[in-house]
Design a protein around this ligand. Structure first.
Ligand SMILES: Cc1cc2nc3c(=O)[nH]c(=O)nc-3n(C[C@H](O)[C@H](O)[C@H](O)COP(=O)(O)OP(=O)(O)OC[C@H]3O[C@@H](n4cnc5c(N)ncnc54)[C@H](O)[C@@H]3O)c2cc1C
Length: 487
């Protein structure tokens, strides 16, 4: 791959482009702003908030890339996208070529362009930061190229090797499973993805709401995998509907476990069982997958007017912004540390604030109080201060003695982390599992203690990110292919 990167960089048109504009001139171009819907308008509907870049904006932003001989941005990309190559194609208006480069290593470019924490990955390694400038907006450009290709109706399907007839099973259709499936299909394997839910896509469908990632975008990228020959079997729970042994009987020669971490954590404080207190997993899954915001649906979700969401991650932001859209008059984030320590993407925090969400930072719930019918009506919050850094490197929250607030609420959504789905670790006998329930793998190959089982994504990492899950899928595919080719 290194040779390909160098060869592409040395192509005459890239040379010419570098000569056209000096690095200083490129670096002086200000970073583009994402076009967005108006906050007041968008906080009452589920339309996508970010509108993408125009072609002119994208070409101008692409000029900011210095086409470095040693592109540090790539070292920040877990799926090794050839970033300067696709960016330079955008600079010269070859948008479909840019999209093709993305698809060489990423099964989900339109998804990653929307939800990947670029500020912590590729953009965090951009050379501009060393010059005290804003990094190139790699994520916005990725989204632009992928959207351009989809909207042009000229979606390319990656090349597939001659079918080798070897059957491989994938457990779970989230980003880890999809990325693995794409890479294995390219190598000619016969791939079946087994999914417990009725929809394909994992958290991309059941977790992340439409206003951030429209389902239609996910479906188009899944469709490309179908065109590559990947088969999907939904409503099939591996470990229950079909067992590890059944997969062997059916002739599967390798299994990639990508079953995610969908088990919600609670705080075990008084009142968590009251009506109106639920996990963000339940809340978002019901709204996103079961039409539960519709009062006519079979299982409508409670529509709160005073909604508190406990936590400071992406899931918490998605929940509180969903509550706002469903009509909450007061929507609050309750977080025990300060905003600086929040794990959510900066953009999500900014958007939530613009939409009127209140941030009760340095507050920690200690009890929920119910009315005579068992419905939550208040929460008691312990005020906190920050102490020394803890094992996570973030400053430890410490309770301020006697400082307690009581606030009226009619719905509480608990979003304080997730644990791995336990079914695969418990039914695939012989797997090594940590005390948290994650599957132990060899980090360089993602191979587990069972020789035919590889694993990746949240089932290995606990709750992580889309791009890390996809990186695991790619690594596992390369290693499984090598193992099967040498057997
Ligand atoms: C609300 C929310 C918002 C998020 N926002 C972001 C974000 O903005 N950016 C980001 O990078 N990350 C975000 N994340 C995290 C990210 O989505 C996850 O890290 C990522 O989806 C993990 O991918 P995965 O493939 O390992 O698992 P998942 O996406 O969880 O997929 C696992 C799939 O396996 C299926 N499954 C489980 N058990 C079985 C079984 N026994 N048989 C068959 N199927 C099974 C599940 O139904 C699920 O569909 C968010 C997470 C949530 C919950």
């Amino acid at each position: 791959m290194k040779e390909q990167i160098i060869a592409r960089r040395n192509e005459p048109w890239r040379d010419e482009l570098r000569k056209n504009l000096k690095n200083k001139e490129r670096a002086d171009i200000p970073r583009v702003h994402m076009n967005e819907l108006d906050p007041e308008y968008r906080s009452h509907n589920s339309e996508e908030v970010n509108l993408g870049l125009t072609a002119e904006q994208a070409m101008q932003e692409a000029k900011r890339c210095l086409d470095c001989p040693n592109p540090t941005c790539m070292s920040g990309c877990p799926v090794s996208i050839q970033i300067p190559t696709f960016v330079k194609y955008i600079e010269v208006g070859k948008f479909l070529d840019a999209a093709k480069v993305l698809k060489e290593t990423s099964a989900l470019p339109a998804v990653c362009g929307r939800v990947c924490p670029q500020e912590k990955q590729c953009e965090a390694q951009c050379i501009h930061l060393k010059m005290k400038k804003d990094p190139v907006a790699i994520g916005y450009l990725e989204r632009f190229a992928a959207d351009y290709e989809r909207e042009s109706g000229q979606m390319s399907v990656p090349e597939i090797a001659k079918p080798n007839g070897i059957k491989i099973a994938v457990v779970g259709s989230g980003p880890a499973g999809l990325s693995f499936a794409g890479d294995m299909a390219k190598r000619g394997y016969d791939i079946t993805v087994f999914e417990a839910l009725h929809e394909i896509g994992g958290v991309l469908k059941y977790g992340i709401p439409e206003f951030r990632l429209p389902n239609e975008i996910v479906d188009v990228e899944i469709d490309i995998l179908r065109k590559m020959g990947v088969k999907f079997l939904n409503n099939c729970i591996v470990g229950k509907t079909i067992t590890y042994e059944d997969l062997h009987v059916d002739g599967f020669k390798g299994i990639f476990a990508a079953s995610g971490a969908g088990l919600p954590n609670f705080m075990n404080i008084p009142g968590e069982n009251l009506i109106g207190v639920m996990s963000s997993n339940e809340y978002l899954t019901r709204v996103n997958l079961m039409d539960a915001a519709n009062p006519e649906s079979d299982t409508p979700v409670l529509i709160g007017k005073k909604v508190a969401v406990i936590g400071g991650g992406n899931t918490a932001m998605d929940s509180v912004r969903t509550a706002r859209r469903l009509g909450a008059e007061r929507s609050m984030i309750v977080y025990r540390r300060s905003e600086e320590e929040m794990p959510a993407r900066i953009e999500e925090v900014k958007h939530a604030k613009e939409e009127g969400v209140e941030f009760l930072t340095l507050h920690n719930p200690i009890e929920y109080i119910g009315d005579e019918r068992g419905r939550v009506k208040q929460m008691r919050l312990q005020k906190m201060a920050l102490g020394e850094p803890d094992a996570s490197g973030r400053r430890r929250p410490i309770a301020i003695a006697g400082a307690i607030d009581t606030i009226d609420v009619d719905e509480v959504i608990v979003s304080v982390g997730v644990s791995p789905n336990p079914l695969i670790p418990s039914t695939f006998k012989g797997l090594d599992v940590t005390k948290w329930g994650t599957i132990i793998v060899d980090e360089s190959t993602m191979r587990s203690a069972l020789p035919d089982v590889y694993a990746g994504g949240d089932i290995v990492r606990g709750g992580a990110t889309v791009i890390l899950a996809m990186g695991d899928g790619r690594k596992a595919a390369a290693a499984m292919h090598q193992q099967l080719s040498s057997d």
